[in-house]
Design a binder for this molecule. Structure first.
Ligand code: SF4
Length: 58
């Protein structure tokens, strides 16, 4: 993969879910990819990250 195509695929995902193991100190998602549901959402409040993993036990 060339540098330009790699850069094009990079996304910055800001997330305030601090108790997720994928959340960094500067409130960014470090997961390689994320999945967001639900499939029949009509408002923002009806969506949620399905990649969330609790870091409460860390
Ligand atoms: S996986 Fe989801 S909840 Fe966790 S940091 Fe990434 S976007 Fe936020």
């Amino acid at each position: 993969m060339s540098n330009s195509s790699k850069k094009k695929d990079e996304k910055r995902i800001e997330c305030d879910v601090k108790n997720c193991i994928h959340n960094s100190a500067d409130c960014r998602c470090t997961a390689e990819s994320i999945k967001v549901g639900c499939s029949d959402a009509c408002t923002c409040d009806e969506t949620a990250c399905r990649t969330f993993e609790s870091g409460a036990d860390r």
